[in-house]
Design a protein around this ligand. Structure first.
Ligand SMILES: Cc1cc2nc3c(=O)[nH]c(=O)nc-3n(C[C@H](O)[C@H](O)[C@H](O)COP(=O)(O)O)c2cc1C
Ligand SMILES: [Mn+2]
Length: 483
């Protein structure tokens, strides 16, 4: 059974000792975020703040929804639990399960009412400061209400409904601003259709959904795909939606908070900077599209999820290391490339992926890299290793680079490739604004196909360099030896 709402997920975290209730009064101004950050640094349980300075009782903040865990064998347990899997599942198990479930999309169902309608405020009653919106990092351009949420927009021609997670800063009581990148699906709709026709774009923002809806909003799924159908697939149950009050969109009925309104065409206000997923506060304050909020609906005692983006492992890095790995693996398999596994280590912030593969012909690493780059703008570094390397164990990947990747011939670099501008720390002053002079790199760590077999050295590992009979004996007697 999938979680119906965020509260059921929080209850599960508490049962698994992955949650700490904080009843001490805390300040939305930096203190809450600093606690979340420290908890992520320690890979400690997720904090639930129950007493926020200046806000009514019952208004709570839930930090680090899918952060990693320091408990042995439970590194990815919040991601696993989000998908209703055993908290001890390995990255590979979660990735394969994700891909299996993704094969069967389930359409949402429309319901008449839901807890997100317990309180309804429209027009002049709208006040974004009713919620304990955190000021997350010193130097941020403002308080960010959208750090773990779903921005819902509809293609005006096809009816495709996109769910994406795009940061949202509060400007005043009914105005927000945020990045709308032309490379993202919301950007294709906004710049390509609404703004081009000088029309406002209706939006809804669902904050505090059951975990899968938020996770599908920050997963790189193809255009024209309704993320809600994939959320249904992963939950193995449809998401329940309820109609909005003022826009022609529907939102998860069990959301904690819903914002409705329009993104104005050709209007811009200053937004940013924000400490970002790359681990730096890159980008400067700059003009961004304007979200005008016309209605807010919410639960009486809303729980407001907050992700503190920054040095990994944050929620973005934790979720990408499962979900981005899965969709890249799916893409490679769909192209019939003989890959075994793809893994984006959390510290690679989605910029880096390692792929293990069979090598049936020379230079297969280049085809793998081209396939990833055709799918993903943001994955700049590709490490291709032989099939016997476990890419979810980055110690093994580094060993492959250090021992098998020729420092000159094994590393291929490419320039003039599209990149996400603004946030990329490695771009120079002008280039960071335009995205020019981006690049990609391939580390080919496979044994060259054309090498004679006797030139390839034997791997000096337990499972390769010892005869099977000895391995069996040692394993059978392990405890007898005194271990
Ligand atoms: C917490 C968080 C914040 C994000 N903020 C942004 C953002 O401000 N702008 C952006 O383009 N992508 C952002 N992303 C990445 C997108 O959510 C991701 O690319 C997703 O696939 C976008 O949906 P789409 O593929 O439907 O466009 C963020 C991801 C996370 C986890
Ligand atoms: Mn999309």
């Amino acid at each position: 059974m999938a979680f119906r709402d965020l509260r059921e997920y929080i209850k599960k975290l508490e049962e698994e000792k992955e949650l700490v209730r904080i009843s001490e009064e805390v300040d939305w101004n930096l203190e809450v975020a600093a606690i979340i950050r420290r908890s992520m640094d320690l890979k400690a349980p997720a904090p639930l703040f129950e007493n926020i300075k200046g806000y009514p009782e019952g208004y709570r903040i839930f930090g680090s929804p899918v952060g990693t865990s320091c408990k042995p064998g439970r590194y990815h347990c919040r991601m696993a639990m989000s998908y209703g899997m055993d908290p001890g599942s390995s990255a590979e198990e979660i990735i394969e399960e994700f891909l299996e479930r993704m094969k069967n999309p389930i359409k949402p169902v429309l319901v008449d009412n839901g807890p997100c309608k317990e309180i309804i405020k429209v027009d002049d009653e709208v006040n974004l400061f009713d919620f304990p919106v955190p000021y997350v990092h010193e130097g941020d351009g403002g308080r960010y209400i959208g750090t773990w949420h779903t921005v819902i927009t509809k293609d005006p021609d096809t009816g495709w409904v996109n769910w994406g997670m795009y940061r949202l800063m509060v400007h005043d009581k009914n105005t927000m601003a945020g990045i709308i990148s032309p490379t993202q699906h919301i950007g294709q709709m906004y710049y390509g259709k609404y703004e081009a026709r000088n029309q406002p774009m209706e939006f809804a923002v669902a904050i505090g959904t059951e975990p899968v809806s938020s996770l599908m909003s920050c997963t790189f799924l193809p255009p024209e795909v309704n993320e809600v159908d994939i959320a249904g697939a992963i939950r193995k149950e449809p998401v329940e939606l309820v109609k909005c009050e003022t826009v022609d969109l529907a939102v998860p009925a069990h959301s904690e908070i819903v914002l409705e309104g329009v993104v104005m065409p050709h209007e811009r206000i200053e937004e940013g900077p924000f400490g970002e997923y790359v681990g730096f506060q890159t980008g400067k304050k700059s003009p961004k599209p304007v979200y005008k909020v016309k209605a807010i609906t919410h639960r009486k005692d809303p729980i407001f999820p907050v992700s503190n983006m920054g040095v990994p492992v944050d929620d973005s890095a934790a979720s990408m290391s499962i979900n981005l790995s899965a969709v890249l693996l799916e893409e490679l398999r769909a192209k019939r490339l003989p890959v075994r596994m793809a893994f984006c280590p959390p510290e690679g912030v989605g910029h880096l992926v390692a792929v293990s593969t069979k090598v049936p012909y020379p230079n297969i690493a280049k085809r793998i890299a081209n396939c990833v780059w055709a799918y993903m703008v943001g994955t700049y570094y590709i490490i291709v290793v032989d099939e016997d390397v476990d890419v979810t164990d980055f110690g093994q990947v580094i060993h492959s680079i250090a021992s098998k990747c020729h420092p000159y011939r094994g590393i291929k670099t490419f320039n003039d490739v599209p990149v996400y501008p603004v946030l990329l720390p490695f771009l120079g002053p002008g280039d960071r604004l335009t995205g020019n002079n981006g690049g990609t790199a391939l580390f080919d760590c496979t044994w060259p196909y054309e090498w004679p077999k006797d030139h390839i050295p034997v791997k000096s590992s337990f499972d390769v360099i010892y005869p099977k009979a000895i391995q069996k004996k040692v394993l059978a007697n392990w405890e007898k030896y005194g271990y």
